[in-house]
Design a binder for this molecule. Structure first.
Ligand SMILES: Nc1ncnc2c1ncn2[C@@H]1O[C@H](COP(=O)(O)OP(=O)(O)OP(=O)(O)O)[C@@H](O)[C@H]1O
Length: 242
């Protein structure tokens, strides 16, 4: 479960208000899509949820753990896939995964099982002994996803996870996200594409210029957007973005 209470964040010494007093609650068993156009504040919010950035105001709890006051404990709950897969090019895939498994104190048996299972699913087993520098964008992304899930985290946070993945890998990841939520866990992901959210999410939140302008189901969005011009325009913008 993720709780975001009145969270704000500014950049450039307060000149850029990236996130403005947002409130969100994502429950266990739920896939939550965080939607918004470019520059809306999605990545900033995700960086605060994962403890990379500290909110200027407000609090964030992951399964009841305060991200700022108990950062290590909170991070153990989270599997995080960032939007940019630029990672340690000089390591081999398996060195990277072992490094991540060491940080999360995953024992040998579990890491072997998880790496085997996920590398098989994403078809990068044969590449694990090659250096990451030789990987394509999609392969790096798959490696990051495996690394993010190696410690079996209950809460998945994914920043634009489907961008750059081939259709088969995107399908597999979506299936994994559904299964994870069906097992009673939490999945939070950002996207700027309405269609992705429509197909995958139990609920969505829409952020625009740092403010949450809608939370609810896709059906609820359909009902109210006809009466709300600004939401309707944003909806069309997000659909056009595809
Ligand atoms: N390090 C930074 N310094 C100054 N301004 C920043 C910084 N990072 C983000 N911003 C600004 O904060 C706002 C929110 O950016 P953010 O990256 O969170 O949006 P986003 O919704 O993730 O966008 P995108 O879909 O393009 O990734 C934007 O106006 C952006 O220009």
């Amino acid at each position: 479960m993720i709780i975001i209470n009145n969270v704000s964040k500014t950049y450039a010494r307060g000149r850029v208000k990236a996130v403005n007093s947002i409130n969100l609650e994502v429950k266990k068993g739920e896939i939550f899509g965080f939607l918004g156009p470019n520059g809306a504040g999605k990545t900033t919010t995700i960086k605060m949820i994962t403890g990379i950035l500290k909110p200027d105001e407000g609090q964030i709890f992951i399964n009841g753990i305060n991200v700022v006051s108990e950062p290590i404990k909170a991070k153990k709950q989270i599997g995080f896939v960032p939007d940019n897969p630029e990672i340690f090019n000089r390591l081999t895939g398996i060195e990277y995964l072992n490094f991540i498994a060491d940080i999360y104190e995953v024992d040998g048996k579990q890491r072997y099982k998880k790496i085997n299972e996920l590398a098989e699913i994403f078809e990068i087993k044969d590449a694990l002994n090659s250096s990451i520098g030789s990987y394509s964008h999609g392969m790096k992304q798959k490696l990051i996803i495996i690394g993010a899930l190696i410690h079996n985290p209950p809460v998945w946070i994914l920043d634009e996870p489907l961008v750059g993945l081939d259709p088969k890998a995107a399908f597999l990841l979506k299936e994994m996200m559904k299964k994870h939520a069906d097992n009673g866990n939490t999945v939070f992901f950002s996207t700027h594409i309405m269609e992705v959210a429509e197909r995958l999410c139990d609920r969505i939140g829409i952020i625009k210029k740092g403010e949450i302008i809608f939370t609810g189901t896709i059906d609820e969005l359909r009902q109210i957007r006809e009466e709300n011009d600004s939401l309707e325009n944003l909806f069309l913008e997000l659909v056009d973005n595809e």
